[in-house]
Ligand binder design. Sequence first.
Ligand code: BTN
Length: 243
Amino acid sequence: MEERKAPVLFAPETDSTNLALRRLAADGAVDGTVFWAARQSAGRGRLGRSFASPEGGLYYSLLLDAADDPARDLLLTPAAGLAAARAVERVSALRCGIKWPNDLLLGGRKLCGILAEGFTVGARRCLALGIGINVNTAAFPPELEGVAVSLWQITGRETDIPALAQALTEELDAAVAAARRGDGALLADYRARCLTVGRHVTLLQNGESREAFVLGVSDDFSLAVRLPDGSEESVRSGEVSIR
Ligand code: BTN
């Protein structure tokens, strides 16, 4: 395997590893730089939410240069989900399902969340792929009980977090390279793990909630759904809850 050129940086604590990467990018950090932390004081989630980030989790972000043509980056988000699922599998032998777009689930509960954020540094367009995994968390706050799950809760043993971070780096490097060359195997593996397809769901978009049936994941990573009136639509954003 070719040696990795970009650095993998660690801090015991930061506000958000995605934000830390933005600061590093402003100081000239290169494509492929990783920053991970043992806890976050201001973890960021999708749709403007916060992401609880106590000790015991893995909080990890990868800096990427965006492609000139945004269509070429469409596979990076599923690549991040797949890489996280494969890394978890390597250290625990547990197979994760994926809830579109990118929550990893075990037994119907959320093991991992992913936040892809675009930003610019001067004329340079960058992407921070942020991944939060519940690893050795023994208990969650009451509002997350029954919703979130950790590897520890399922396996009953501690997972070596640096070893998981190393596996994640290797899997991400491979999946990002595959996404950048448009490798179709990536979406095939994503579709095989996607728990949302073939299910009746509630779509939550712009404060509005609608029922739909999920037909599949399209090549551009949007969700193809059928609405109760028989019309079909592509869903690109928002939240999907499986009924
Ligand atoms: C979500 O499920 O809403 C996405 C959560 C993403 C959390 C990760 S933890 C590492 C990175 N840094 C952040 O502040 N957020 C992402």
